[in-house]
Design a protein around this ligand. Structure first.
Ligand code: NAD
Length: 371
């Protein structure tokens, strides 16, 4: 085998990455990485993560996840991602984002969106510089994806199909949500509208458990006012790690990566796990859940609502178009993935990767330079 010509060559495979770009602008102290993984389905869309410890490998993994998420959702977009190496609390955020935008001006097959450490104002600054970004404020034609709860809406659509698949009646089903943020809060709201009973919710400060049911509007208001679900007036306060052991039917991890792992996987009592966060379970823990008969809908199928909304915005669609597209795509994809997994006797993730990979490969076969 030939010697690798650059450090990250071992990460490459038949899908990508197409480009790994390192940006350095000492004038403003900008250090950034952009990975355009695969553009066979169209220009890549993916978030700009701002974190002091973001690495090229992390950005590559996230870009690949976007390739699968976008293809899985049937979008005419490939996968990409960017990382700006900086503390998101920096007072120099705007100059950094503007310099970053200028640096990627000619990287036209990458369309930036918000991610950890960036928001719609950051996307507005990028758009102001180069006219290319999604997740914009509504005054610039953006669809406020967190306000409409795009990812939560998709999770609720996913829950309907998955519950039917595993013989669970959503009406009265008990729900626990880890991470009561922009994904967890709307997921709770949309699922309660479908008759689900929220019994536990957590955030970075702790968790609350009430088997009789938590009032979703009240806990959302409490979280907004006090900054934590722990200030909810009823139920029992439990440590945040205790959320995974709560007696429930549906569990939505919607916070950090790898929170379901070997040490806690066997404490999970839910019949259905919908992955709201990206990579919330280790591969071994996900396999263990499958072995135990727990149905797990993988992240890039279940949490695609946000990027579907961003793609609708990019193509000039309305908020109503976005809602319709999210429900339609996620319903269809969840059904297809779960049916394929059952038919082949494999984990839903294996079926989901196969579905997304096939779509990318079909698109690649239509490209001259990939033939
Ligand atoms: P957010 O910052 O709005 O909310 C995260 C929530 O998790 C907060 O309430 C925080 O207090 C809580 N949290 C942090 N650490 C915790 C811990 N150890 N235990 C319990 N709770 C904890 O973030 P978000 O936008 O809701 O994103 C959550 C996850 O979903 C991330 O993995 C993100 O990449 C992924 N995701 C988000 C979207 C989106 O549309 N926002 C779309 C797809 C995937």
């Amino acid at each position: 085998m030939a010697e690798p010509i650059f450090d990250y060559e071992p990460l490459c495979d038949d899908l990508g990455p197409a480009k790994i770009v390192h940006v350095h602008d000492p004038g403003v102290g900008l250090r950034a990485i952009v990975v355009v993984d695969n553009v066979a389905c169209g220009p890549s869309i993916g978030g700009v993560r701002m974190a002091a410890d973001v690495t090229t490998e992390e950005v590559f993994r996230l870009a690949r996840a976007m390739t699968f998420k976008n293809a899985g959702a049937g979008l005419s977009h490939g996968g990409g991602k960017a990382g700006i190496v900086a503390d998101p609390r920096t007072t120099e955020k705007e100059p950094l984002l503007r310099a970053f935008a200028q640096a990627i001006r000619e990287l036209r097959d990458y369309i930036p969106g918000p991610d950890m450490g960036t928001d719609e104002s950051c996307m507005a600054w990028i758009h102001d510089e180069i006219g290319r970004a999604v997740g914009l404020p509504d005054v610039l034609g953006g669809i406020p994806l967190d306000e409409i709860g795009a990812t939560g809406l998709g999770l609720a659509a996913c829950a309907e199909v998955a519950a039917e698949h595993c013989g669970l009646d959503l009406s009265g089903a008990r729900l626990a949500i880890e991470g009561f943020g922009n994904v967890g809060r709307p997921a709770a709201r949309f699922l309660v509208q479908r008759g689900v009973k929220l019994v536990a919710a957590s955030d970075s400060k702790g968790a609350v458990h009430d088997p009789d049911g938590i009032d979703v509007d009240e806990i959302i208001a409490v979280k907004r006012a006090s900054g934590s679900v722990c200030a909810y007036s009823r139920g029992r306060k439990i440590p945040k790690e205790g959320l995974f052991a709560v007696d429930c039917d549906v569990l939505i991890p919607a916070a950090r990566p790898d929170c379901i792992r070997e040490e806690n996987v066997d404490r999970i009592r839910a019949k259905l796990v919908l992955q709201g966060a990206n990579i919330p379970a280790t591969a071994a823990a996900e396999a263990r859940l499958h072995e135990r008969g727990v149905l797990v809908v993988p992240d890039f199928i279940a949490n695609a609502g946000g990027v579907i909304c961003a793609a609708v915005e990019y193509h000039g669609g309305s908020e109503a178009d976005a809602r319709e597209r999210i429900v339609e795509r996620i319903t269809r994809n969840t059904r297809e993935v779960l049916e394929a997994a059952s038919a082949r006797g494999v984990q839903p993730r294996a079926a989901a990767v196969a579905l997304a990979r096939t779509r990318v490969e079909e698109a690649m076969a239509l490209k001259r330079h990939f033939a």
